[in-house]
Write a protein that binds this ligand. Structure first.
Ligand code: PAF
Length: 180
């Protein structure tokens, strides 16, 4: 059971870990990846300041009963990228609208890294959050189109007591922005 993340884990991620465990059972293996994927950020976006705390993530994963944390670096995920080398996975239809219209290279980055992670981890089941609804739809479509031998499960959005959907990027919000 595989839960791909960009780290800075919160209860939303941990609920996906519990879902993975439920799917694979006590004797199955639950893997969490922690990787801030540079190719899903446009140049003007928040890659550099995206929150990171691997030591805390590892602790949370251990407490949650995760078996393996895969935390690769850029050179492992994108060999030769610095020298202009690279291959892409691009879903052609669902990726074009909504968030994809505002962030034209975002879903290509997501599909590419998720395909790589699927090859490396080889899960039977991969869990995504409903918060990123379009992402889950794009991944499902990619799995179908490329015939990945795995099942995609989408877990419900977890919310803070004030109703805000849990997200690592909530750390950016000021006290005034949060209710807005
Ligand atoms: O939802 C995320 O955290 C990321 O988009 C994902 C699926 C881990 C790919 O980098």
């Amino acid at each position: 059971g595989f839960v791909p993340t960009m780290g800075y884990l919160h209860e939303g991620h941990l609920s996906l870990v519990r879902l993975a465990r439920k799917r694979v059972g006590r004797r199955g293996v639950v893997v969490v990846s922690v990787y801030v994927n540079p190719t899903q950020f446009a140049p003007q976006e928040d890659l550099a300041r995206y929150p990171r705390d691997l030591a805390r993530d590892l602790q949370l994963c251990e407490t949650a009963g995760v078996d393996v944390v895969f935390a690769p670096g850029d050179r492992e995920m994108y060999p030769g990228w610095q020298s202009g080398r690279g291959s892409w996975v691009e879903e052609q239809q669902l990726s074009q609208r909504m968030e994809g219209a505002a962030r034209p290279t975002h879903f290509r980055g997501v599909a590419t890294v998720v395909a790589k992670l699927f090859h490396l981890v080889q899960p039977d089941v991969a869990i995504f959050g409903a918060k990123d609804y379009q992402q889950a739809a794009v991944v499902r479509r990619m799995v179908e189109d490329l015939r990945f031998p795995l099942r995609v499960v989408v877990g419900p959005t977890r919310r803070e007591p004030d109703g805000l959907a849990m997200s690592s990027r909530n750390a950016y919000l000021s006290a005034e922005e949060r209710p807005q």
